[in-house]
Design a protein around this ligand. Structure first.
Ligand code: HEC
Ligand code: HEC
Length: 478
């Protein structure tokens, strides 16, 4: 995708309020330019600090907050109309609305537990896909949106890089396939069964047919922090990234797509900064208890976890071949900067050396060790519910692009949840409607049923050890 680039090496012009609001000021008046990232005039800390500023800022009208004429999916919406009787036929976009959004003032309005960039309370749930509709003013029915709990981004840098390395492996193995049939592709100890017909993937287990591991969204639908952030800025705040709108041929190079009077709401440099800030957040992990009996209990819990097969999905450890986080992600979709041709050449930092602590652990020979407790694969935790059964983790009605699998519509499939932060990011489950870790374990049906039943039939001391182990996995902000 060719993009028009802003002049090189020049600081962006500061934003100003329109004349009617001239007494006021934007929250983040000064964007950074990608050219200054590329030519090294901004330090790692300056880039990361700018990203944090964008993450915690409560955007206002002068920043470009709001999207009067577009949906949170980035399409044009119906313009507000009034009937002959003087009634609204459709209300147009409301400045803020909890369902269709803009639903909040800052990213950190939801992502703040235990610190900015973290997870969120049930009250911060998002009605995923309502943003693509004209305002959903009356209903949070599951036929219109999937209610999802806020996840934390601590450790998201290593997660994005794991997914990138896995994608590289899978695509290379696929490229070597020369005839139709069923194959098992394998990367970092995780197997993905695929069916190939006519040279293309027609069925794939736990992954999209494009064989790109998408580690973000609990449905596993987003490739990179950058792609997520550009979506979230538009969805939650009506703040439009120039790579998605102003510079995007698919949007007609329209400099003010949402028609709110503000252009260049977020520059390429701004998106780089917010991605780098999230990628450099501290790595979650095991907090060693103070006393010996507690440490023994945690060790016992870890053994139980592996013995009953929890680790078959929640992979305790994976190796990263490279210690570097490299922005941007080359697999980014159109409308998300993907490399030099789009105006953002590679910018890299060593995750074991730079960024907030605790830093990623080094492995041998330039590798790094990621203890995230996920295989980054989608699984089905549903049993056939039957007329009266509890529906386990199977409440959703909208597929959100998850492909049909095993004759099922896709709505049952979720990415194995990372557990490295589970100890201090309650509530639990994709909807955040579970208040204890024990309930979350007992909700595992389907592919998780064998290990769930093993847990349910264990002596309570063993169960407690497992739960204590999970509670010791935490986001650390010290
Ligand atoms: C109204 C609450 C809310 C706001 C505001 C919000 N988020 Fe989120 N965020 C969520 C929820 C809920 C999820 C989980 C979505 C899912 O799984 O479907 C999420 C997920 C994410 C993820 C993926 C994490 C993962 O591991 O899958 C990223 C990255 C992210 N948000 C970044 C941002 C950024 C950047 C902003 C500001 C531009 C932002 N969010 C604003 C609620 C919010
Ligand atoms: C078949 C793969 C699989 C197995 C086996 C499995 N899990 Fe999970 N686990 C998942 C998936 C997928 C989710 C996300 C569920 C959701 O929210 O939709 C999850 C979610 C969780 C959560 C909720 C975390 C949170 O922050 O909300 C906990 C806790 C958990 N698993 C613990 C366990 C334990 C303990 C075991 C062993 C008894 C286990 N899991 C076995 C796939 C698995």
């Amino acid at each position: 995708m060719a993009m028009l680039l802003p002049a090189h090496g020049m600081a962006a012009a500061p934003k100003e309020c329109p004349p009617a609001l001239a007494a006021d000021q934007p929250t983040v008046a000064q964007s950074i330019e990608q050219a200054d990232v590329n030519n090294g005039s901004l330090s790692f800390k300056q880039i990361s600090d700018h990203g944090e500023l964008l993450f915690v800022a409560k955007f206002n009208t002068c920043d470009g907050q709001g999207r009067p004429e577009t949906t949170g999916g980035g399409d044009f919406r119906m313009v507000p109309t009034i009937s002959e009787e003087g009634e609204f036929v459709n209300a147009g976009q409301l400045t803020k609305l909890r369902t269709s959004a803009p639903d909040s003032d800052a990213c950190a309005g939801c992502h703040n537990d235990p610190a900015a960039g973290g997870a969120g309370d049930f009250v911060a749930n998002v009605f995923v896909l309502a943003q693509t509709l004209d305002p959903v003013t009356m209903s949070v029915s599951p036929s219109r949106s999937n209610s999802r709990n806020t996840l934390g981004m601590h450790g998201a840098g290593p997660i994005e890089m794991l997914a990138r390395e896995m994608t590289g492996d899978l695509q290379a193995q696929f490229a070597a396939i020369t005839s139709d049939g069923t194959y098992t592709l394998s990367t970092k100890g995780v197997d993905f069964e695929i069916e190939v017909a006519g040279g293309v993937v027609v069925e794939a287990e736990g992954i999209d047919h494009d064989l790109i591991v998408k580690p973000f969204h609990q449905a596993g639908k987003v490739i990179s922090l950058r792609e997520f952030s550009a979506n979230a800025m538009n969805h939650h705040h009506g703040m439009q990234a120039e790579e998605r709108f102003d510079l995007n041929p698919a949007k007609g190079f329209n400099p003010d797509f949402d028609n709110d009077g503000v252009e260049r709401e977020l520059t390429l440099g701004d998106l780089t900064a917010i991605s780098i800030w999230q990628a450099q957040l501290g790595t979650p992990g095991l907090v060693r208890p103070n006393t010996k009996p507690e440490r023994q209990q945690v060790r016992h819990g870890m053994r139980v976890f592996n013995d009953i097969g929890c680790g078959s999905c929640h992979t305790p450890e994976m190796a990263l071949e490279s210690r570097y986080f490299v922005e941007p992600n080359p697999y980014n979709p159109p409308g998300t900067c993907a490399g030099a041709a789009d105006g953002c050449p590679e910018y890299a930092f060593d995750m074991t050396q730079e960024g907030d602590g605790p830093r990623l652990k080094k492995g041998p020979d330039g590798t790094a060790i990621v203890r995230a407790y996920t295989d980054l694969k989608r699984h089905n935790l549903c049993d056939d519910p039957g007329p009266d059964a509890i529906r386990w983790f199977c409440n959703e009605q909208l597929a959100q692009g998850r492909p049909h699998q095993d004759g099922k519509p896709g709505t049952e499939y979720f990415l194995t949840r990372k557990l490295w932060d589970v100890g201090n990011t309650a509530p639990y489950g994709h909807r955040g409607d579970l208040t204890t870790i024990t309930e979350a374990i007992l909700m595992h049906g389907g592919e998780g049923r064998v290990s769930r039943d093993a847990f349910a039939s264990m002596p309570v001391d063993d169960q407690a050890a497992l739960v204590t182990f999970l509670k010791s996995l935490q986001v650390r902000t010290d």
